[in-house]
Design a protein around this ligand. Sequence first.
Ligand SMILES: *Cc1c(COP(=O)(O)O)cnc(C)c1O
Length: 399
Amino acid sequence: MKKNNGFERICVHDRVPKLNTTPQQTPIYATSSFAFDSIEQGIDVFLGNENGHFYSRYGNPTVEAVAEKIAALEGFGLPNPTFGLMTSSGMSAIATLFFGILKTGDKVLTQGNLYGGTNDLFEKVFRKLGIETVIIDLKNIEAVENALKNDVQIKLIYLETPANPTLACYDLAALAAVGKANQRWTVADNTFATPFLQQPLAVGVDFVIHSTTKYLNGHGNSTAGIVISQHETLMKKDVFTAMKLVGTNLSPFEAFLTNTGLKTLSLRMEKHCANAMKVANWLTKQKQVQLVNYPGLASHPDHILAKKQMKNGFGAMLSFELTGGLEAGKRFMNRVELCQLAPTMGDAATLILHPATMSHLNVPKEQREKNGISDGLIRLSLGIENVDDIIADLKNALK
Ligand SMILES: *Cc1c(COP(=O)(O)O)cnc(C)c1O
Protein backbone atom coordinates (compact mmCIF):
# COMPACT_ATOMS: atom_id res chain seq x y z
CA MET A 1 0.00 0.00 0.00
CA LYS A 2 2.72 2.39 1.02
CA LYS A 3 4.48 2.27 -2.34
CA ASN A 4 1.53 4.04 -4.03
CA ASN A 5 1.70 7.10 -1.78
CA GLY A 6 2.20 10.20 -3.91
CA PHE A 7 1.22 8.45 -7.15
CA GLU A 8 -2.15 10.16 -7.39
CA ARG A 9 -0.68 13.49 -6.47
CA ILE A 10 1.59 13.26 -9.52
CA CYS A 11 -1.47 12.55 -11.64
CA VAL A 12 -3.51 15.39 -10.23
CA HIS A 13 -1.09 18.26 -9.74
CA ASP A 14 0.00 20.14 -12.86
CA ARG A 15 3.54 21.15 -13.67
CA VAL A 16 2.57 24.45 -15.25
CA PRO A 17 5.65 25.60 -17.18
CA LYS A 18 7.23 28.91 -16.22
CA LEU A 19 8.81 29.85 -19.52
CA ASN A 20 11.95 31.85 -20.24
CA THR A 21 10.80 32.48 -23.79
CA THR A 22 7.41 33.74 -24.93
CA PRO A 23 5.05 31.60 -27.02
CA GLN A 24 4.84 33.13 -30.49
CA GLN A 25 1.07 32.52 -30.58
CA THR A 26 -1.48 33.27 -27.85
CA PRO A 27 -1.96 29.98 -25.98
CA ILE A 28 -5.31 28.66 -24.82
CA TYR A 29 -5.37 29.11 -21.05
CA ALA A 30 -7.84 26.32 -20.35
CA THR A 31 -8.03 26.90 -16.63
CA SER A 32 -10.95 27.98 -14.51
CA SER A 33 -8.77 29.40 -11.74
CA PHE A 34 -5.29 30.71 -10.99
CA ALA A 35 -3.23 29.73 -7.95
CA PHE A 36 -1.61 32.20 -5.58
CA ASP A 37 1.96 31.95 -4.28
CA SER A 38 0.85 33.04 -0.81
CA ILE A 39 -2.21 34.15 1.12
CA GLU A 40 -0.83 37.70 0.98
CA GLN A 41 -0.74 37.63 -2.82
CA GLY A 42 -4.28 36.18 -2.84
CA ILE A 43 -5.55 39.06 -0.72
CA ASP A 44 -3.77 41.66 -2.85
CA VAL A 45 -5.14 40.23 -6.09
CA PHE A 46 -8.67 40.04 -4.67
CA LEU A 47 -8.46 43.62 -3.42
CA GLY A 48 -7.09 44.76 -6.76
CA ASN A 49 -3.82 45.96 -5.19
CA GLU A 50 -1.87 43.56 -7.37
CA ASN A 51 -2.60 42.58 -10.96
CA GLY A 52 -3.44 38.94 -11.40
CA HIS A 53 -6.05 36.54 -12.58
CA PHE A 54 -7.98 34.43 -10.14
CA TYR A 55 -11.11 32.98 -11.77
CA SER A 56 -11.78 32.76 -15.51
CA ARG A 57 -15.33 34.11 -15.33
CA TYR A 58 -13.72 37.36 -14.12
CA GLY A 59 -10.99 37.27 -16.73
CA ASN A 60 -8.90 34.83 -18.71
CA PRO A 61 -5.58 35.73 -20.38
CA THR A 62 -6.51 34.22 -23.77
CA VAL A 63 -9.86 35.97 -23.86
CA GLU A 64 -8.37 39.28 -22.72
CA ALA A 65 -5.63 39.16 -25.35
CA VAL A 66 -8.19 38.73 -28.13
CA ALA A 67 -10.52 41.39 -26.67
CA GLU A 68 -7.57 43.81 -26.61
CA LYS A 69 -6.80 43.04 -30.25
CA ILE A 70 -10.37 43.69 -31.43
CA ALA A 71 -10.60 46.84 -29.27
CA ALA A 72 -7.36 48.05 -30.87
CA LEU A 73 -8.92 47.53 -34.33
CA GLU A 74 -12.12 49.41 -33.45
CA GLY A 75 -10.06 52.17 -31.80
CA PHE A 76 -7.42 52.23 -34.54
CA GLY A 77 -5.77 55.64 -34.86
CA LEU A 78 -7.86 57.20 -32.08
CA PRO A 79 -6.16 59.22 -29.34
CA ASN A 80 -7.93 57.63 -26.35
CA PRO A 81 -7.58 54.01 -25.18
CA THR A 82 -10.31 51.57 -26.21
CA PHE A 83 -11.59 48.75 -23.99
CA GLY A 84 -13.15 45.45 -25.02
CA LEU A 85 -14.97 42.67 -23.16
CA MET A 86 -15.57 39.44 -25.03
CA THR A 87 -18.75 37.50 -24.40
CA SER A 88 -20.16 34.09 -25.22
CA SER A 89 -22.04 35.34 -28.33
CA GLY A 90 -23.12 38.47 -30.14
CA MET A 91 -26.47 38.26 -28.36
CA SER A 92 -24.79 38.10 -24.97
CA ALA A 93 -22.66 41.11 -25.89
CA ILE A 94 -25.85 43.15 -26.35
CA ALA A 95 -27.45 41.68 -23.22
CA THR A 96 -24.30 42.26 -21.13
CA LEU A 97 -24.12 45.89 -22.23
CA PHE A 98 -27.81 46.43 -21.42
CA PHE A 99 -27.55 44.71 -18.02
CA GLY A 100 -24.55 46.91 -17.36
CA ILE A 101 -25.90 50.33 -18.28
CA LEU A 102 -29.73 50.17 -18.33
CA LYS A 103 -32.37 49.73 -15.65
CA THR A 104 -36.13 49.20 -15.46
CA GLY A 105 -37.97 52.19 -16.90
CA ASP A 106 -35.26 53.01 -19.43
CA LYS A 107 -36.10 52.92 -23.13
CA VAL A 108 -34.07 52.15 -26.24
CA LEU A 109 -34.60 54.08 -29.47
CA THR A 110 -33.95 51.84 -32.46
CA GLN A 111 -34.77 50.87 -36.05
CA GLY A 112 -37.37 48.33 -37.22
CA ASN A 113 -34.95 46.26 -39.29
CA LEU A 114 -32.62 44.95 -36.60
CA TYR A 115 -31.02 41.53 -36.73
CA GLY A 116 -33.88 39.11 -35.94
CA GLY A 117 -32.31 37.84 -32.71
CA THR A 118 -31.71 41.36 -31.42
CA ASN A 119 -35.33 42.29 -32.12
CA ASP A 120 -36.42 39.17 -30.20
CA LEU A 121 -34.07 39.92 -27.31
CA PHE A 122 -35.59 43.38 -26.96
CA GLU A 123 -39.19 42.17 -27.27
CA LYS A 124 -39.10 38.89 -25.34
CA VAL A 125 -36.50 39.53 -22.65
CA PHE A 126 -35.91 43.22 -22.00
CA ARG A 127 -39.53 44.29 -22.38
CA LYS A 128 -40.42 41.90 -19.53
CA LEU A 129 -37.78 43.63 -17.40
CA GLY A 130 -39.42 47.00 -18.08
CA ILE A 131 -36.90 48.12 -20.70
CA GLU A 132 -38.90 49.06 -23.78
CA THR A 133 -37.81 49.69 -27.34
CA VAL A 134 -39.18 52.57 -29.33
CA ILE A 135 -38.96 51.95 -33.08
CA ILE A 136 -38.38 54.92 -35.33
CA ASP A 137 -36.88 55.65 -38.75
CA LEU A 138 -33.28 56.34 -37.74
CA LYS A 139 -32.70 58.01 -41.12
CA ASN A 140 -34.88 60.86 -39.96
CA ILE A 141 -32.49 62.70 -37.63
CA GLU A 142 -35.08 65.36 -36.84
CA ALA A 143 -37.55 62.69 -35.70
CA VAL A 144 -34.78 61.12 -33.59
CA GLU A 145 -34.03 64.47 -31.98
CA ASN A 146 -37.74 65.04 -31.24
CA ALA A 147 -38.06 61.58 -29.72
CA LEU A 148 -35.08 62.26 -27.44
CA LYS A 149 -36.45 65.65 -26.43
CA ASN A 150 -39.96 64.34 -25.76
CA ASP A 151 -39.11 61.17 -23.88
CA VAL A 152 -36.59 61.42 -21.06
CA GLN A 153 -36.83 57.67 -20.50
CA ILE A 154 -34.94 56.99 -23.73
CA LYS A 155 -31.40 56.27 -22.58
CA LEU A 156 -29.73 55.16 -25.76
CA ILE A 157 -29.94 54.92 -29.53
CA TYR A 158 -29.23 51.42 -30.81
CA LEU A 159 -28.34 51.00 -34.47
CA GLU A 160 -27.11 48.57 -37.09
CA THR A 161 -25.55 49.71 -40.35
CA PRO A 162 -25.70 48.28 -42.96
CA ALA A 163 -28.82 46.48 -41.77
CA ASN A 164 -30.28 43.09 -42.54
CA PRO A 165 -31.25 42.29 -45.24
CA THR A 166 -31.89 45.27 -47.53
CA LEU A 167 -28.53 46.79 -46.52
CA ALA A 168 -30.13 50.05 -45.41
CA CYS A 169 -27.44 52.37 -44.01
CA TYR A 170 -27.76 54.80 -41.11
CA ASP A 171 -25.62 57.86 -40.50
CA LEU A 172 -23.27 56.95 -37.64
CA ALA A 173 -21.82 60.45 -37.26
CA ALA A 174 -25.22 62.19 -37.33
CA LEU A 175 -26.79 59.78 -34.83
CA ALA A 176 -23.77 59.99 -32.52
CA ALA A 177 -23.97 63.79 -32.68
CA VAL A 178 -27.70 63.97 -31.93
CA GLY A 179 -27.18 61.48 -29.09
CA LYS A 180 -24.34 63.54 -27.60
CA ALA A 181 -26.22 66.82 -27.95
CA ASN A 182 -29.05 65.29 -25.93
CA GLN A 183 -26.86 63.40 -23.41
CA ARG A 184 -27.81 59.96 -24.68
CA TRP A 185 -25.58 57.02 -25.55
CA THR A 186 -25.29 55.54 -29.01
CA VAL A 187 -24.60 51.85 -29.58
CA ALA A 188 -23.68 50.45 -33.01
CA ASP A 189 -23.71 46.81 -34.04
CA ASN A 190 -20.70 46.76 -36.39
CA THR A 191 -20.96 43.07 -37.30
CA PHE A 192 -21.72 43.57 -41.01
CA ALA A 193 -18.94 46.08 -41.67
CA THR A 194 -16.14 45.17 -39.22
CA PRO A 195 -13.59 47.84 -38.24
CA PHE A 196 -11.80 47.23 -41.55
CA LEU A 197 -14.65 48.99 -43.35
CA GLN A 198 -16.23 51.24 -40.76
CA GLN A 199 -15.20 52.71 -37.40
CA PRO A 200 -18.17 53.94 -35.33
CA LEU A 201 -16.04 55.04 -32.33
CA ALA A 202 -14.14 57.44 -34.60
CA VAL A 203 -17.33 59.40 -35.32
CA GLY A 204 -18.44 59.55 -31.69
CA VAL A 205 -20.48 56.37 -31.15
CA ASP A 206 -20.21 55.34 -27.47
CA PHE A 207 -20.37 51.55 -27.68
CA VAL A 208 -19.71 49.06 -30.47
CA ILE A 209 -20.94 45.51 -30.25
CA HIS A 210 -20.04 42.59 -32.52
CA SER A 211 -21.06 39.11 -33.24
CA THR A 212 -17.47 37.95 -33.82
CA THR A 213 -19.10 34.72 -34.97
CA LYS A 214 -19.28 36.37 -38.38
CA TYR A 215 -16.44 38.23 -40.19
CA LEU A 216 -14.05 38.70 -37.28
CA ASN A 217 -13.71 34.93 -36.91
CA GLY A 218 -14.55 34.51 -40.57
CA HIS A 219 -14.42 30.72 -40.67
CA GLY A 220 -17.69 29.78 -39.04
CA ASN A 221 -16.06 27.75 -36.26
CA SER A 222 -16.81 29.76 -33.12
CA THR A 223 -19.67 31.68 -31.52
CA ALA A 224 -18.60 34.81 -29.66
CA GLY A 225 -19.23 38.51 -29.19
CA ILE A 226 -17.63 41.67 -27.85
CA VAL A 227 -18.57 45.02 -26.29
CA ILE A 228 -16.14 47.85 -27.10
CA SER A 229 -16.01 51.40 -25.80
CA GLN A 230 -13.72 54.23 -24.77
CA HIS A 231 -15.77 54.88 -21.60
CA GLU A 232 -13.29 53.37 -19.16
CA THR A 233 -15.39 53.45 -15.98
CA LEU A 234 -18.53 52.15 -17.67
CA MET A 235 -16.55 49.29 -19.22
CA LYS A 236 -14.42 48.38 -16.19
CA LYS A 237 -17.22 48.74 -13.63
CA ASP A 238 -20.74 48.55 -15.07
CA VAL A 239 -20.31 46.31 -18.12
CA PHE A 240 -17.62 44.16 -16.51
CA THR A 241 -19.79 43.61 -13.41
CA ALA A 242 -22.70 42.50 -15.61
CA MET A 243 -20.43 40.11 -17.53
CA LYS A 244 -18.91 38.50 -14.47
CA LEU A 245 -22.18 38.20 -12.52
CA VAL A 246 -24.45 37.10 -15.35
CA GLY A 247 -21.63 34.84 -16.52
CA THR A 248 -21.62 35.90 -20.16
CA ASN A 249 -17.84 35.50 -20.40
CA LEU A 250 -16.26 33.77 -23.39
CA SER A 251 -14.40 30.47 -23.28
CA PRO A 252 -10.66 30.66 -24.07
CA PHE A 253 -11.00 28.07 -26.83
CA GLU A 254 -13.56 30.19 -28.70
CA ALA A 255 -11.34 33.24 -28.19
CA PHE A 256 -8.40 31.31 -29.66
CA LEU A 257 -10.40 30.41 -32.78
CA THR A 258 -11.51 34.03 -33.16
CA ASN A 259 -7.88 35.13 -32.91
CA THR A 260 -6.80 32.81 -35.69
CA GLY A 261 -9.48 34.26 -37.96
CA LEU A 262 -8.55 37.85 -37.11
CA LYS A 263 -5.10 37.46 -38.62
CA THR A 264 -6.55 37.44 -42.14
CA LEU A 265 -9.34 40.00 -41.58
CA SER A 266 -8.01 42.55 -44.11
CA LEU A 267 -7.27 39.95 -46.78
CA ARG A 268 -10.67 38.34 -46.38
CA MET A 269 -12.63 41.60 -46.30
CA GLU A 270 -10.95 42.84 -49.48
CA LYS A 271 -11.83 39.64 -51.31
CA HIS A 272 -15.35 39.44 -49.76
CA CYS A 273 -16.09 43.02 -50.87
CA ALA A 274 -14.63 42.60 -54.37
CA ASN A 275 -16.70 39.45 -54.90
CA ALA A 276 -19.86 41.14 -53.62
CA MET A 277 -19.38 44.13 -55.93
CA LYS A 278 -18.96 41.87 -58.97
CA VAL A 279 -21.92 39.63 -58.09
CA ALA A 280 -24.14 42.66 -57.38
CA ASN A 281 -23.30 44.18 -60.75
CA TRP A 282 -23.90 40.87 -62.49
CA LEU A 283 -27.28 40.38 -60.76
CA THR A 284 -28.54 43.79 -61.89
CA LYS A 285 -28.17 42.57 -65.50
CA GLN A 286 -30.26 39.40 -65.11
CA LYS A 287 -33.82 39.59 -66.39
CA GLN A 288 -35.10 37.20 -63.67
CA VAL A 289 -33.87 39.63 -61.00
CA GLN A 290 -36.21 42.46 -60.11
CA LEU A 291 -34.17 44.30 -57.49
CA VAL A 292 -30.62 44.14 -56.07
CA ASN A 293 -29.81 45.64 -52.66
CA TYR A 294 -26.10 46.38 -52.31
CA PRO A 295 -24.74 49.65 -50.88
CA GLY A 296 -21.93 49.61 -53.42
CA LEU A 297 -24.38 50.08 -56.30
CA ALA A 298 -25.09 53.67 -57.30
CA SER A 299 -28.77 52.63 -57.45
CA HIS A 300 -28.88 51.78 -53.71
CA PRO A 301 -30.78 54.49 -51.81
CA ASP A 302 -27.96 54.83 -49.24
CA HIS A 303 -25.01 54.61 -51.63
CA ILE A 304 -23.72 58.13 -50.89
CA LEU A 305 -23.88 57.64 -47.14
CA ALA A 306 -22.22 54.21 -47.44
CA LYS A 307 -19.43 55.79 -49.48
CA LYS A 308 -18.93 58.39 -46.75
CA GLN A 309 -18.79 56.08 -43.74
CA MET A 310 -17.53 52.75 -45.16
CA LYS A 311 -13.94 53.50 -45.99
CA ASN A 312 -12.56 50.35 -47.60
CA GLY A 313 -15.52 48.79 -49.34
CA PHE A 314 -19.24 48.15 -49.09
CA GLY A 315 -19.26 44.83 -47.32
CA ALA A 316 -20.11 41.37 -48.57
CA MET A 317 -23.82 41.16 -47.85
CA LEU A 318 -26.38 41.69 -50.56
CA SER A 319 -29.96 40.72 -51.22
CA PHE A 320 -32.10 40.45 -54.31
CA GLU A 321 -35.62 39.77 -55.37
CA LEU A 322 -36.59 37.37 -58.13
CA THR A 323 -39.41 38.33 -60.49
CA GLY A 324 -41.18 35.05 -59.60
CA GLY A 325 -41.63 35.87 -55.88
CA LEU A 326 -41.76 33.22 -53.15
CA GLU A 327 -42.00 30.14 -55.41
CA ALA A 328 -39.15 31.26 -57.68
CA GLY A 329 -37.10 32.05 -54.58
CA LYS A 330 -37.60 28.59 -53.10
CA ARG A 331 -36.75 26.87 -56.42
CA PHE A 332 -33.63 29.01 -56.75
CA MET A 333 -32.50 28.16 -53.21
CA ASN A 334 -32.81 24.45 -53.95
CA ARG A 335 -30.82 24.69 -57.20
CA VAL A 336 -27.65 26.44 -56.04
CA GLU A 337 -24.70 24.15 -55.38
CA LEU A 338 -21.67 26.23 -54.48
CA CYS A 339 -23.78 28.61 -52.38
CA GLN A 340 -24.65 26.89 -49.11
CA LEU A 341 -28.03 27.25 -47.48
CA ALA A 342 -27.04 28.30 -43.96
CA PRO A 343 -28.53 30.74 -41.46
CA THR A 344 -25.34 32.67 -40.77
CA MET A 345 -23.00 35.03 -42.62
CA GLY A 346 -19.44 36.22 -42.79
CA ASP A 347 -17.90 32.84 -43.55
CA ALA A 348 -15.17 32.11 -46.07
CA ALA A 349 -17.84 30.19 -48.00
CA THR A 350 -20.70 31.86 -49.87
CA LEU A 351 -23.93 31.43 -47.91
CA ILE A 352 -27.49 31.93 -49.05
CA LEU A 353 -30.55 32.57 -46.91
CA HIS A 354 -34.26 33.26 -47.21
CA PRO A 355 -34.98 35.93 -44.55
CA ALA A 356 -38.79 35.51 -44.49
CA THR A 357 -38.56 31.83 -43.51
CA MET A 358 -35.17 31.85 -41.76
CA SER A 359 -33.49 34.82 -40.01
CA HIS A 360 -36.64 36.96 -39.71
CA LEU A 361 -39.20 34.22 -39.06
CA ASN A 362 -40.08 35.71 -35.65
CA VAL A 363 -40.39 39.27 -36.86
CA PRO A 364 -44.08 40.09 -37.52
CA LYS A 365 -44.88 40.11 -41.27
CA GLU A 366 -46.07 43.70 -41.08
CA GLN A 367 -42.79 44.93 -39.54
CA ARG A 368 -40.87 42.77 -42.03
CA GLU A 369 -42.60 44.25 -45.06
CA LYS A 370 -42.29 47.79 -43.76
CA ASN A 371 -38.54 47.25 -43.88
CA GLY A 372 -38.38 45.76 -47.37
CA ILE A 373 -38.18 42.12 -46.32
CA SER A 374 -40.58 40.66 -48.86
CA ASP A 375 -41.38 36.94 -49.11
CA GLY A 376 -39.30 36.61 -52.30
CA LEU A 377 -36.15 38.25 -51.00
CA ILE A 378 -32.92 36.21 -51.06
CA ARG A 379 -29.83 37.14 -49.05
CA LEU A 380 -26.29 36.31 -50.08
CA SER A 381 -23.21 36.42 -47.86
CA LEU A 382 -20.39 36.45 -50.39
CA GLY A 383 -17.48 34.18 -49.61
CA ILE A 384 -13.91 34.26 -50.84
CA GLU A 385 -14.22 31.63 -53.57
CA ASN A 386 -13.34 32.49 -57.17
CA VAL A 387 -16.04 34.97 -58.21
CA ASP A 388 -16.48 33.29 -61.62
CA ASP A 389 -17.49 30.08 -59.85
CA ILE A 390 -20.00 31.94 -57.67
CA ILE A 391 -21.54 33.64 -60.71
CA ALA A 392 -21.66 30.35 -62.64
CA ASP A 393 -23.57 28.78 -59.73
CA LEU A 394 -26.08 31.64 -59.58
CA LYS A 395 -26.46 31.60 -63.37
CA ASN A 396 -27.21 27.90 -63.36
CA ALA A 397 -29.79 28.26 -60.59
CA LEU A 398 -31.50 31.17 -62.37
CA LYS A 399 -32.02 29.17 -65.59
C1 LIG B 1 -25.36 37.15 -35.87
C2 LIG B 1 -25.65 38.53 -35.47
C3 LIG B 1 -25.90 38.86 -34.12
C4 LIG B 1 -25.95 37.82 -33.04
O1 LIG B 1 -24.72 37.22 -32.86
P1 LIG B 1 -24.53 35.71 -32.29
O2 LIG B 1 -23.06 35.56 -32.27
O3 LIG B 1 -25.24 34.79 -33.21
O4 LIG B 1 -25.14 35.70 -30.93
C5 LIG B 1 -26.12 40.19 -33.82
N1 LIG B 1 -26.12 41.14 -34.78
C6 LIG B 1 -25.89 40.85 -36.08
C7 LIG B 1 -25.91 41.95 -37.08
C8 LIG B 1 -25.66 39.54 -36.47
O5 LIG B 1 -25.46 39.26 -37.75
